[in-house]
Ligand binder design. Structure first.
Ligand SMILES: *Cc1c(COP(=O)(O)O)cnc(C)c1O
Length: 406
């Protein structure tokens, strides 16, 4: 059990807390699920990119799936091996492509024909081979939130199967490009196997086609996206997930790359915030607001996706009624929950928001000049500060007072 009251006293609030033992357990489950094959579990760094957290996973043998060159650098700094790093994303800048080639990572995951041109041009200038994979958009509805659905032609990600084939042939014939992988990622928070099976079958057929053309695809990258329980969702057990993928790969000698983010860290995280005030606006008791010291700049998912997070008021049970949990930011969209039932709270009571290890801190900002909060790791019952709370000085450090020079 994590002693949240003690942590609030020691580190103040708002606060992110991650249970590293849970992270280890999730990672091990995923790794074991694919043990029938060669596999790399490449943690999706964007879910939570704290260096200590990546380092902890690197020590367990994780690779990294990165979506910017600075994520690549984070992964390297945290000790992830270059040959276990993949760089994805629809809009890589020239300098990012250049650095990725120089850093000799496993592969650049190319998402358009135009980008393939850029990668080829840049590798030619550097006179250095670029290993690539191509992200296929299999046009499969992942049946998840539209903002995190990525496998339909109406989304910006990847290229359709025929284009991918054309690109592979081009890359194969290029002196500078070496196609080694194929990739798909149809969405996040996936809770159904059917779309995964469909997508994997389509992409596996492409690999068979390519092998017939003597284009030897070594890495079958299935992306991430496996969902977790926020509420009472039915989730996919890692073993079933692996079985479904493996069933599409009969006769193919490929290394599987899996890029889970949320699955590894989501349920490890807690966001701890303190009650400032309660108030009721107008006559209607349903307009009860519990105002806390955390806000949408710290945890954006409820505002951005209307995401559900389990919320608990610690140490109180009396006078339950409906309420909205809101932050101090000057936006009506600044809420953590609407219309939930919670006991009556008092100033300085603690509120615990569950399942906030993924896409929590990494989406945070300084809106309203709010310093980013501290992050704590819990390992075998001990707490460690892994990121300091920002201060006022941190907020203004890079601003330049030109008016002084006039
Ligand atoms: C975001 C992303 C992931 C991780 O998604 P999760 O839902 O957190 O598992 C994996 N691969 C790619 C390419 C991504 O963009």
């Amino acid at each position: 059990m994590i002693d949240f009251k003690y942590l609030a006293k020691k580190y103040s609030t708002p606060l992110y807390i991650y249970d590293f033992n849970h992270i280890k357990n999730q990672f091990t489950q995923m790794k074991d699920a694919f043990k029938a094959r060669k596999s790399i579990i490449s943690y999706a760094v964007k879910a939570n990119s704290n260096l200590s957290l990546i380092k902890y996973l690197a020590k367990l043998g994780a690779g990294a799936d990165c979506v910017s060159i600075n994520e690549v650098k984070r992964a390297l700094k945290a000790g992830v091996k270059n040959y276990n790093i993949i760089f994805s994303g629809v809009g890589k800048s020239d300098f990012e492509i250049e650095e990725a080639i120089e850093l000799n990572i496993l592969m650049i995951n190319v998402e358009s024909e135009a980008e393939l041109d850029r990668v080829e041009t840049i590798s030619k200038i550097l006179d250095k081979e670029a290993r690539i994979s191509i992200r296929v958009n299999p046009n499969i509805d992942a049946k998840t939130h539209p903002y995190i659905s990525t496998g339909l032609h109406s989304s910006k990600f990847g290229v359709e199967i025929d284009v991918a084939k054309r690109m592979f042939i081009r890359a194969h014939n290029s002196q500078y490009l070496t196609p080694i992988g194929v990739h798909f990622h149809i969405g996040s928070q996936l809770t159904e196997l059917e779309p995964i099976l469909e997508a994997s079958s389509i992409v596996a057929d492409l690999v068979r086609n390519l092998k017939a053309l003597k284009i030897d695809i070594k890495f079958f990258d299935i992306g991430g996206g496996i969902g977790i329980k926020y509420d009472d969702e039915k989730t996919i057990p890692p073993n079933n997930y692996a079985q479904i993928i493996l069933s599409t790969l009969k006769g193919l000698d490929v290394t599987i790359i899996c890029e889970p983010g949320r699955f590894i860290v989501g349920n490890s995280g807690y966001f701890l915030t303190k009650v400032l005030y309660e108030k009721v606006n107008g006559e209607n008791s349903e307009n009860r607001f519990v105002i806390v010291d955390g806000a949408m700049n710290d945890l954006l998912r409820p505002s951005l996706y209307n995401a559900y997070h389990k919320i608990e008021l610690l140490d109180r049970e009396e006078n339950e009624s409906k309420c909205n949990i809101v932050g101090p930011i000057c936006e009506s969209g600044d809420f953590f929950a609407k219309d939930i039932t919670l006991p009556e709270s008092k100033h300085n009571d603690l509120i615990l928001i569950h399942s906030t290890g993924a896409y929590g801190f990494t989406m945070s900002s300084n809106y309203n000049s709010r310093p980013r909060v501290a992050e704590i790791a819990i390992v075998d019952g001990e707490d460690y500060l892994i990121r300091k709370r920002e201060k006022f000085e941190d907020l203004i450090r890079d601003e330049i007072d030109f008016l002084d020079k006039l």
